[in-house]
Design a binder for this molecule. Structure first.
Ligand code: SF4
Length: 388
């Protein structure tokens, strides 16, 4: 497949708010079921091992008018929950048999409660990920949660997973994780070959289609960028921080890159990379998943950081790893986890002499002029003065 064909395929999935790809999969696989999940992380291996299709739900972005969703929420919270409610209330998520709400913040907790009341026929679970400083305690707690989830989803799907099913699912997601890492590394090495707009679309499609198809498309894209390299520009290299839950509109990602900033690391769609390494494929699969989470989850605002100075150091570590010139703090308006962390992260970055700018967006922001000017000026300033 050519690069353009892969991007067109991913764009069509991204734009389809009716989740036709999921509906087709369900038609083609009678008796199978789909489980939706919200950002940031759920153990998709468990959903897959139950024979279900995991479906990432990221709101309606800038493509959905909010008519009913506003009635459920006050104005001073982020946009994501009202657009997820809108998707639900317009029947666009009626193909789901389960909905999982990972513990990122109170908004998601409330949304999971609303979902239970609104959709009593769906299995709804608030996923309490471990938030403790002791890995042994966190792993014990998380393994019990995983066991509970596997039991419940096994009943929903009527296919309770065996240990071999779970190990096979871990293996297939390990393959996907390796390819995701390869794509992120390729972008960091040569961001002109892997524009973030394309990488983002591919990652987003990967949250809707079966993981096996995602693997094929990632392999095809890696082959396509070898055949069709991009043209190098004199851009600055930046890390985007804070966009882990409500996603920015695609136009904002394009705007940042076209204003002269190569995005060489980000926290968009973090669930695809939340477990930093491979999960062991031997031994007890639930213990393997639990240990991988507590020892290898990506550090982000949605997880407890036991070391008080850890957050301040984090930006320097990420910038060095990505060989970036600066940081753009970009978070959804009213996003508590991102905006409460921002002063700490920014202070750490500034102490390390890393140039930074910050702005807020909503998933339905439609005007990008202000972002274009900020990102363009930032890129020029980095080129002229670096970290001075
Ligand atoms: S965008 Fe932030 S505040 Fe809103 S649901 Fe996500 S994590 Fe919570």
């Amino acid at each position: 497949m050519s690069r353009a064909e892969i991007v067109d395929w991913a764009t069509a999935i991204y734009e389809d708010l009716d989740f036709q790809a999921v509906r087709r999969w369900l038609e083609e696989h009678p008796g199978r079921r789909a489980a939706g999940y919200l950002p940031v992380y759920v153990p998709r291996e468990i959903i897959h091992a139950c024979g279900m299709l995991p479906v990432g739900i990221h709101g309606g972005g800038d493509r959905l008018d909010i008519i009913r969703g506003d009635a459920f929420y006050q104005s001073y919270i982020c946009h994501l929950p009202r657009s997820v409610i809108e998707l639900g209330q317009t029947g666009r998520l009626d193909m789901l048999s389960a909905a999982l709400f990972p513990s990122t913040c109170d908004v998601i907790r409330n949304l999971s409660g609303m979902w239970k009341l609104l959709y009593p026929d769906q299995y709804v679970r608030y996923i309490d990920v471990p938030q403790v400083g002791t890995p042994e305690l966190g792993a014990k707690f998380w393994r019990e949660e995983l066991e509970h989830l596997a039991g419940d989803l096994g009943r929903v799907s009527e296919r309770p997973p065996s240990e071999d099913d779970l190990r096979a699912s871990i293996a297939v997601y390990n393959r996907a994780r390796r390819l995701v890492r390869a794509l992120y590394e390729a972008r960091s090495r040569a961001p002109w070959d892997v524009p973030t707009e394309e990488l983002y679309l591919l990652m987003r499609a990967g949250e809707v289609v079966p993981v096996e198809q995602f693997i094929e498309r990632m392999e095809a894209y890696l082959a396509a960028i070898e055949r069709e390299p991009g043209r190098r520009r004199d851009n600055s290299r930046v890390v985007i921080v804070g966009a882990f839950c409500e996603q920015p509109p695609l136009g904002l990602i394009k705007t940042i890159e076209r204003a002269g900033c190569y995005i060489v690391d980000d926290d968009f769609l973090l669930g695809n990379r939340f477990l930093a390494g491979d999960v062991p494929e031997l031994g007890d699969p639930l213990t393997a998943l639990a240990d991988s989470f507590v020892r290898g989850a990506m550090r982000s605002s949605v997880l407890y950081e036991p070391d008080p100075a850890g957050k301040r150091r984090l930006m320097k570590e990420r910038v060095e790893a990505a060989r970036a010139d600066g940081i753009i703090f970009a978070a959804a308006s009213f996003c508590d986890p991102a905006l409460l962390d921002r002063p700490m992260l920014r202070r750490g970055a500034e102490e390390a002499g890393i140039p930074c700018i910050a702005f807020k967006y909503a998933e339905n922001s439609g005007q990008f002029q202000q972002f274009r000017e900020q990102a363009g000026t930032f890129s020029d300033a980095i080129k002229l003065w670096g970290g001075e």
